[in-house]
Design a protein around this ligand. Structure first.
Ligand SMILES: *Cc1c(COP(=O)(O)O)cnc(C)c1O
Length: 371
């Protein structure tokens, strides 16, 4: 069976993890966390990066930082992972789902402004598959209506929109290092703070509501409970794994793009398969290689065919607006594309040492010839 995903390994992970164990400093915010923060700040251009235990938690931190209150409205696509919505629902927000663009599966920026009401606080663009949303338009709308923008860039590290790293354009941005993403630490994430006003409070929220970070820097002589907060910092063991990945990121990134391009070139000439589209302003990171087929029935039959041929493929997302919790906490404005497009999308295996892409392409050709 060709698996759908395998987490990347660079070879340095064990060495750094061993270093952590021998140092006797296992909890968060040690040497490796600091290395990762510096790497992220230097390489993305964000004002402040903070590692978190997951992207889910980075999103929760964003909702706390923006003081989301019951009744506030948050605009996002319905075609996304549950955490994008959960983080704000936990603060009592109502989610307003906006339709997606069929070309990128990203929120349709042209529909965002019509969804803004007096209660709107935040817009959350999700950069699906590491392809940037139309951020200029979204930032303009946010500015006009005095809203915050939190980029869910869980899938977006190393990808760019008009030369800017995804995650660094909105007031806040979030990354995921979950083992299914391009660069991993097992479970992990980061909050990018692009608006300096949020830096001090973000450190406090992440450290259980205390000013422990200031204490460690010698800025205060004791640390105390300052604000609401939780434990959002990862162990050094996770940071060490991540640092090994960040040091090899150019190779990992190029390798992934090469594999994505192999699929894209190999499938170009097959009729009945639609390929992903990348807008000119975007440099993607090859996070997902997906194809689209005619409809839900066709997709079910293709996934079954691939499985019979020992190829594991998957689909996602069940749109949030039609999920049990989505019906309760959200509201979809219109659904011209979300359900239709999500129903016909298939994700193909993609990972660092995948070397059977030609075989997968051959199978797909066979399937489309009806053999
Ligand atoms: C993976 C993912 C998340 C959640 O990331 P975790 O690190 O697993 O919490 C959130 N949003 C999107 C769009 C994702 O793809």
């Amino acid at each position: 069976m060709i698996p759908f995903n395998k987490p990347p390994i660079t070879g340095q992970e064990l060495e750094y993890i061993k270093d952590v164990i021998e140092s006797g400093h296992l909890c968060g915010d040690g040497k490796y966390t600091k290395f990762c923060h510096e790497w992220l700040e230097e390489n993305t251009g964000t004002k402040k990066a903070l590692l978190t235990t997951s992207c889910t938690h980075a999103l929760e931190m964003a909702a706390l930082l923006l003081d989301i209150q019951p009744g506030d409205e948050v605009i996002m696509p319905s075609y996304t992972f549950v955490s994008t919505a959960n983080a704000f629902v936990l603060r009592g927000a109502k989610i307003v789902f906006v339709d997606i663009r069929p070309d990128t599966m990203n929120i349709d920026e042209k529909l965002v402004e019509a969804a803004v009401t007096e209660k709107t606080k935040v817009i959350v663009p999700v950069h699906y598959a590491g392809v940037g949303c139309e951020m200029d338009t979204i930032m303009e709308i946010a500015q006009r209506h005095n809203l915050f923008v939190v980029e869910d860039a869980a899938q977006g590290l190393m990808a760019k929109y008009k030369g800017k790293m995804l995650g660094t354009i909105g007031h806040l941005g979030t990354y995921s290092f979950h083992e299914t993403k391009n660069f991993v630490s097992g479970e992990g994430g980061a909050l990018l703070i692009n608006d300096e006003r949020f830096i001090e409070r973000a450190e406090i929220i992440r450290e259980k509501g205390t000013n422990r970070s200031q204490f460690f820097r010698g800025q205060v002589d004791k640390y105390t409970w300052q604000d609401i907060g939780s434990s959002y910092l990862p162990s050094e063991l996770n940071a060490a794994y991540l640092y090994a990945q960040l040091l090899q990121i150019k190779q990992l990134h190029q390798n992934r793009l090469n594999k994505w391009n192999t699929y894209n070139n190999g499938l170009k000439s097959i009729r009945n398969i639609e390929l992903p589209q990348i807008p000119e302003e975007c440099k993607h990171n090859g996070h997902i290689f997906y194809i689209k087929v005619k409809d839900l029935n066709e997709r079910t039959s293709l996934i079954k065919f691939l499985k019979e041929n020992e190829i594991q493929s998957t689909f996602h997302y069940v749109p949030l607006h039609s999920s049990p919790a989505g019906l309760k906490y959200g509201n979809l404005i219109n659904d011209e594309h979300t359900t239709k497009e999500s129903n016909r999308l298939v994700r193909l295996p993609l990972y660092n040492d995948l070397n059977k892409i030609q075989e997968i392409i051959n199978r797909l050709e066979k399937y489309c010839r009806g053999e």
